[in-house]
Design a protein around this ligand. Structure first.
Ligand code: HEM
Ligand code: FES
Length: 772
């Protein structure tokens, strides 16, 4: 069904007499106004919670706001074409079109809005300058430029960071990256600034012609610079590289493409990074204690950059065109519909990020954000942008740690749907206090930039051990808190943390009270086969010691909508189950807990479970001869009941078997041991992995995991445990038989061969094809 800008896309004949299904809030959604401009994620909270896919008559787009839905749209660039990504939301006036024609303006598709099959071959041959090994060479240039700009204002005491640095440095970096000759930089900078102004908003009709003039001039000048490069294409930079590729593959990299890319490349690299940096400075200076932490420890900067990109990214939403009738988040969407996929909202979805509105620079999964998009079109320049932002922060935290936001300033934003950053960020400081006046040597020291996602160290936090108390025979309860008394990050039932214990890192479920963020509580069982982790906790660790940890993360989420819950805990598997039971009890839901163990003396936290859940608890102890009869317990499927279990493999396997006749997705399990042994290259074979979306074929060596091989090829893939336990590294399989080694997939899922855990599973044969 076709749509007009304001028309409703739903067939009203099929509706109830009370009319249009566009809710009042959906009808009131205004991406050019008020609350969306101030904080797009907050302004769409109602949608994430109540109506995650809605039609906006104001813009004639369907708006998608939840993490999983936005990611799924990005992933499928055939069903959801990127062709409208750069289309002006406001149609161009005839006069402006005529002005552009005067300059022979012929902007064609570039990469970001190019459909398959043209896009991938082009992306593939042009990727090399973006790889980490090539990006290293740009670091000195970015640092030099940043320092030059800081030198200009460091002694002034007051500056608008956007005007004096954050707008121009990313532009100049982009020009260098593209390889624009020095003598053309000033003119290119001038034209491109004119071009980016008003690209995404609603220019008044009289402004449109002025914009078109500037764009026309920019187009012509870009053509001239390109011609100059062609005469000597041996230079550095992405454009000379593209010209060299064109000489070998003219049908893949065409003339029109190169000309368009010259302009589009600047826009892609400039405004996005400038806005992201301005958002980051605002956010960090508003959270003064975090700013001070960065000043004290530059090792935290890469994690802070990632969290700023998640919490307050510069791309608030992106666009796709639906090419066939489909369903998103349960809503039928007809072919031809336009989608506004709200990355800013997805990045603050509590279903994916714990305490998603909180700003936490050590958030372990911050890099799951969708600010750079996802899938086959994911931003190629992401690591250059990350590098720039790290350098800006490092220079200013070192040279102006006493920097403060000018109080009471109002932050304004160019009204538009997609790009977001404050027009100005005014800051002030006392130049007499500049540390370089006392210690000029600090100008010489710098922390190395991280190319790519933040390292584990950057997202680790230190916690103090408050107490270690017995919780059963062989089990201790450990309480942890922040050394400076700050609240710990929020968590939800089922969450775990990763704790470093000597050389090892171990995962423990949180079992305390999620409403009390002054303390975390875990229970640790001393394993007879311990490789050192649990033995260390039981025999060496003492109250008052400190530990490093990461997280919390949750791969074992509770479905809050179920009517009734059956919890089955085996031994120390009581820890996540207890937090879940506490939650459903306070929500007033129906539940029962089956707690199984060898003997009541070895069953952790039994007192507490008994006190808090007495009449709902059934204790099964093999010593007392009352083992749980799983087949009897689950003989009859009960509608609306969800079963959650954590425990040893035998228990989980028995539950899987006993629920085979239950509705799909009734059973949720968490494994606490991995079957994995260390990769033994002598017993493995190497194989190929074809990545259908990316158009790449990657070889996985015998001593490498699929995950490692993907990352070496610049394919971002999430991971957590890297032991086949958590499911975060899952990838969809299209072809080839998988040798599954994880404990996440059920028997049925393995047999279906539709997905694999890339951290551990391998190919049975010589090739796998993945939808990545
Ligand atoms: C694509 C965001 C910086 C070059 C994209 C896309 C987004 C994005 C949302 C579309 C992704 C998709 O459709 O899945 C950003 C942000 C940046 C940034 C937030 C800064 C914080 C850069 C830089 C460069 C760059 C510095 C170049 C040096 C590109 C290119 C594409 C792209 C070439 C098209 C890739 C393709 O379609 O295959 N970017 N970008 N970006 N970006 Fe960036
Ligand atoms: Fe946890 Fe692969 S990273 S299963």
């Amino acid at each position: 069904m076709s749509q007009t800008l304001t028309g409703c896309p739903v067939d009203h004949r099929a509706l109830q007499p009370n009319g249009c299904p566009v809710s009042a809030r959906a009808a009131a959604f205004d991406p050019f106004g008020g609350s969306y401009q101030v904080d797009p994620a907050a302004s769409l909270r109602w949608s994430r919670d109540e109506e995650p896919v809605f039609y906006s008559p104001e813009i004639g787009y369907w708006v998608v706001t939840r993490y999983e839905d936005v990611k799924a749209v990005f992933r499928d660039n055939i069903l959801f074409s990127p062709s409208i990504a750069l289309e002006k939301i406001t149609p161009v006036s005839d006069e402006a079109t005529a002005t552009l024609a005067k300059y022979d303006y012929a902007m064609a598709r570039t990469l970001v809005n190019e459909d398959e099959p043209a896009h991938m071959p082009r992306r593939r041959v042009l990727m090399d300058p973006f790889t980490p090994k090539e990006l290293v060479h740009h670091e000195p240039m970015v640092r030099r430029l940043t320092r030059e700009y800081v030198d200009r204002f460091v002694d002034t005491g007051r500056v608008d960071l956007v005007d004096e640095m954050l707008w121009e440095v990313p532009l100049t970096v982009a020009l260098h990256f593209l390889g624009v000759p020095e003598e053309d930089m000033d003119t290119m900078r001038e034209y491109s600034i004119a071009h980016t102004v008003n690209t995404w908003g609603r220019p008044a009709p009289e402004e449109q012609v002025a914009v078109a003039e500037a764009v026309g001039k920019f187009w012509q000048y870009a053509g001239q610079v390109l011609e100059k490069m062609r005469q000597d294409p041996s230079g550095h930079g992405w454009m000379p590289y593209g010209i060299r590729v064109q000489q070998e593959q003219p049908e893949v990299v065409t003339d029109s493409y190169l000309h368009s890319m010259m302009m589009a490349g600047i826009v892609a690299a400039h405004e996005t990074t400038a806005n992201a940096s301005a958002n980051a400075f605002r956010l960090l200076l508003e959270n003064r204690s975090v700013w001070e932490e960065l000043c004290a420890d530059p090792g935290l900067i890469s994690g802070a950059v990632e969290e700023c990109l998640r919490h307050s990214g510069s791309v608030a939403a992106w666009r796709r065109l639906v090419t066939a009738d489909t369903t998103i988040g349960g809503v039928d969407i007809p072919a031809g519909s336009k989608l506004l996929i709200a990355t800013s909202s997805a990045n603050r979805d509590d279903r994916h990020f714990e305490g998603a509105d909180d700003f936490d620079i050590r958030r372990e999964n911050a890099s799951d954000h969708l600010t750079f998009g996802f899938g086959g079109h994911q931003c190629l320049g992401k690591n250059l942008a990350r590098m720039e932002m790290q350098i800006f922060l490092e220079e200013l935290t070192t040279r102006l740690p006493h920097l403060e936001l000018v109080p009471d300033q109002e932050f304004t934003y160019l009204p538009n749907t997609s790009f977001r950053g404050p027009d100005h960020v005014w800051v002030h400081w006392d130049p007499a206090e500049n540390p370089e006046r006392r210690d000029p040597a600090l100008l010489g020291k710098r922390h190395p930039v991280t190319i790519g996602e933040p390292s584990k160290a950057a997202v680790s936090r230190t916690v103090t051990v408050d107490a270690i108390t017995p919780a059963a025979d062989g089990v201790v309860r450990v309480t942890l808190s922040d050394p400076s008394g700050r609240p710990l990050p929020r968590w939800t039932p089922g969450s775990h943390i990763d704790v470093d214990l000597g050389e090892l890192s171990r995962q423990y479920s949180l079992c305390g009270d999620p409403n009390d963020l002054s303390v975390y509580e875990i229970a640790v069982l001393e394993e007879p086969e311990s490789r050192g982790g649990s033995r260390y906790v039981h025999h060496t660790l003492q109250a008052g010691d400190t530990l490093t940890m990461r997280g919390p993360r949750n791969h074992f989420r509770l479905d809050a909508d179920a009517e009734r819950y059956v919890f089955v805990a085996g031994g120390i598997g009581i820890t996540p189950v207890l937090a879940m039971a506490d939650h459903v009890k306070s929500a007033g839901k129906d539940y029962e807990i089956h707690y199984c163990g060898r003997d009541v003396t070895t069953m952790a936290l039994l007192d507490r479970v008994g006190t808090d859940h007495g009449d709902r608890l059934v204790v099964h102890s093999s010593a007392a001869g009352n083992r749980l009869d799983i087949p009897a317990l689950l003989a009859e499927p009960v509608a609306g009941t969800q079963i959650y279990s954590c425990g040893p493999e035998r228990l989980l396997a028995a539950l899987e078997e006993a629920t085979a006749h239950w509705p799909e997705d009734s059973l949720h399990v968490e494994h606490f041991t991995s079957n994995l042994t260390t990769l033994d290259p002598a017993n493995e074979h190497s194989f190929e992995v074809e990545l259908r979306d990316s158009g790449l074929t990657v070889t996985v060596a015998a001593d490498q995991t699929v995950l490692d091989a993907l990352r070496a090829s610049n394919i971002d893939i999430q991971s957590d445990c890297e032991e086949g336990l958590c499911g975060s590294c899952e990838a969809p399989v299209l072809d080839g038989e998988v040798d599954h080694r994880d404990v996440v997939l059920t028997k049925t899922e393995r047999a279906q061969n539709k997905s694999m855990m890339t951290c551990c599973s391998r190919a049975c044969g010589s090739k796998l094809t993945l939808a990545l």
